[in-house]
Design a binder for this molecule. Structure first.
Ligand SMILES: [Zn+2]
Length: 99
């Protein structure tokens, strides 16, 4: 295992731990209480919203307030299953539906 890989794994572990802490914070409880999915803009119960990293932790994203948003299960699943390009297209389509 290379030196750089060890650093990356350590970063990922740290950011995942931070996300766990962030989920317990008043800031996060307030975000999900508002009930909006960051991506599709739909309204959901707080229990239906999950914490999503805009830039995934595995790709170097941080568990910062700017990178963590509430996402409904559908958007979350789509983001997980789609390629980054396909996910961009999905977001484009959502924006188009709004106008
Ligand atoms: Zn959504």
């Amino acid at each position: 295992m290379s030196f750089f890989m060890e650093i990356a794994e350590e970063d990922i572990r740290r950011e995942r731990n931070r996300a766990r802490e962030l989920r317990k914070s008043a800031w996060w409880k307030n975000r999900i209480a508002q009930g909006f999915c960051h991506y599709c803009g739909g309204t959901f119960k707080p229990s239906e919203l999950t914490l999503d990293h805009i830039v995934p932790v595995a790709r170097g994203g941080r568990s910062s307030k700017g990178n963590c948003v509430p996402a409904c299960k559908e958007c979350n699943n789509k983001k997980k299953n789609l390629l980054p390009m396909e996910w961009e297209e999905y977001l484009e389509n959502l924006r188009r539906d709004d106008s």
